[in-house]
Design a protein around this ligand. Structure first.
Ligand SMILES: *[C@@H]1O[C@H](CO)[C@@H](O)[C@H](O)[C@H]1NC(C)=O
Ligand SMILES: *[C@@H]1O[C@H](CO)[C@@H](O)[C@H](O)[C@H]1NC(C)=O
Ligand SMILES: *[C@@H]1O[C@H](CO)[C@@H](O)[C@H](O)[C@H]1NC(C)=O
Ligand SMILES: *[C@@H]1O[C@H](CO)[C@@H](O)[C@H](O)[C@H]1NC(C)=O
Length: 203
């Protein structure tokens, strides 16, 4: 009897592994909302004003102002969040991914070139004008670039997660201590070139 159930274990585990969908999205909650404190619940708990300073016609650097669960705790369990992106003239948001959410991108001011790459390494890029929207599918590498060298740009991003996560391609590859020989072989170049890229990203 004991031996029989022991033999069945691998089969049971395999069935469990197949039937359980993998979850890379926010879990559903069983209450209207999640609050740390029902005794002090008021409309202000559901209010956040941290994006009110988003309009900066002259940002010095590429800047992201986030309104995720960290900044706005009432989002806990609601599977949505925002970020405002400010691009100086010629500003770039380098290739990156959000592992836990799609991104719905809306240009509020200026013109932006955007693009993402799918798992077949096909690039889908577009030039967006004020009022245009673009969707970056969940988990795919994407970027935004303000090609205009005279005018800044502002965009707002909505995410289908309270914590979409950010994985910057240059930083994750070149600033985390991966062996320089591994990087040189992977990028089909030499170690000095890898070191030059690493140095540039430290600035
Ligand atoms: C919870 O509510 C009480 C009473 O309003 C307040 O004193 C306390 O600071 C609140 N705690 C948190 C974490 O909001
Ligand atoms: C922002 O840009 C200025 C010059 O354009 C630079 O000196 C400064 O270091 C940048 N700040 C950050 C946080 O990157
Ligand atoms: C897409 O990218 C290609 C290659 O960089 C570029 O030539 C083209 O102008 C871009 N298209 C748009 C609509 O931005
Ligand atoms: C930026 O301004 C310069 C001169 O002020 C002009 O020559 C150039 O064409 C402008 N570039 C764009 C992209 O508007």
């Amino acid at each position: 009897m004991a031996i029989k159930s022991f033999l069945l274990m691998p089969l049971v585990l395999t069935i469990l592994a197949i039937s359980r969908p993998s979850h890379a999205n926010d879990p559903d909650i069983l209450t209207d909302f999640i609050t740390p404190n029902t005794s002090s619940l008021s409309p202000s708990f559901f209010t956040y004003s941290g994006l009110s300073a988003f309009y900066n016609p002259d940002p010095k650097n590429f800047t992201v102002i986030k309104a995720s669960m960290t900044e706005f705790p009432a989002l806990n369990g609601q599977s949505v969040s925002y970020a405002v992106l400010q691009f100086p003239a010629a500003g770039v948001n380098p290739p990156h991914t959000h592992p836990r959410a799609a991104e719905l991108f809306l240009v509020l001011m200026g013109t932006l070139e955007v693009g993402f790459v799918d798992t077949k390494n096909v690039l889908y890029n577009q030039t967006l004008q004020e009022g245009d929207m673009f969707v970056f599918p969940k988990g795919l590498v994407h970027f935004q670039y303000n090609r205009n060298h005279n005018q800044s740009a502002i965009a707002v991003s909505a995410f289908g997660s309270v914590n979409a996560g950010l994985l910057s391609v240059p930083k994750s590859v070149f600033t985390t201590g991966i062996d320089e020989n591994v990087l040189a072989m992977s990028f089909k170049t030499d170690v000095p070139t890898v070191q030059k890229i690493e140095l540039g990203l430290k600035k």
